[in-house]
Design a protein around this ligand. Structure first.
Ligand code: RDL
Ligand code: RDL
Ligand code: RDL
Length: 154
């Protein structure tokens, strides 16, 4: 049975790991291994350990970059680490980042974090079991959280 790793952070202001796990369980029977770390820069090694030590087939890395310039730099560094880990392991990590300043207030931020985590959990299921479904979405302007923007038309 496929095993999905969930790497998430204590820094985030909403429990995206829980939302992702709930969505995965609703739509599949995958096994789950969770690994929570303090912040996003700790995610790359958490992901690598989920692959190497816990034999996960795919990992979701969920985190919330804050709104300050330092946090944006931190997010870029974390992303680079996550991409590097994918290249080292030849496995997908679905990065679910919600920047704190994407939403105007805490209520909408919580909603956005929940939605994006769930929509990317559905992408994980598509990557694992129905890649043709993802192929049918090619070029359709999909987004996670806020509305899809749709295709550009001539
Ligand atoms: O290794 C311990 C910390 O350095 C690590 O957890 C960092 O990811 C923590 N952190 C920052 O130091 C920072 O300046 C985080 C952010 N910004 C951030 O925006 N989001 C985080 N962590 O999840
Ligand atoms: O691993 C899941 C996502 O993190 C990954 O698919 C990203 O490439 C999605 N993405 C962003 O997170 C983003 O902030 C994309 C863009 N911007 C973008 O401008 N174009 C994309 N993806 O194709
Ligand atoms: O088109 C509006 C948004 O999609 C755009 O602002 C994205 O850059 C927002 N975004 C992130 O900043 C991010 O870190 C997105 C993702 N991750 C993501 O995984 N999926 C998105 N947006 O649709």
């Amino acid at each position: 049975m496929a095993k999905v790793g969930i790497a998430d952070t204590a820094f985030a202001r909403y429990d995206m790991g829980k939302a992702a796990i709930d969505e995965l369980k609703r739509h599949s029977s995958v096994k789950i291994e969770r690994y929570t770390v303090p912040g996003i820069k700790d995610l790359p090694v958490a992901c690598k350990k989920l692959f190497d030590e816990h034999k996960c087939d795919i990992v979701m890395a969920l985190g919330m970059p804050g709104s300050k310039p330092t946090d944006k730099t931190c997010a870029h560094e974390a992303s680079m680490g996550i991409i590097y880990c994918q290249l080292m392991t030849n496995k997908h990590i679905i990065e679910v980042f919600v920047h704190e300043d994407e939403a105007p207030d805490g209520k909408e931020l919580a909603w956005l974090m929940d939605r994006r985590a769930r929509e990317h959990a559905q992408n994980v299921i598509k990557l694992l079991f129905t890649p043709k479904v993802l192929e049918r979405e090619a070029g359709t302007g999909q987004r996670q959280g806020y509305e899809d923007v749709g295709p550009a038309r001539q």
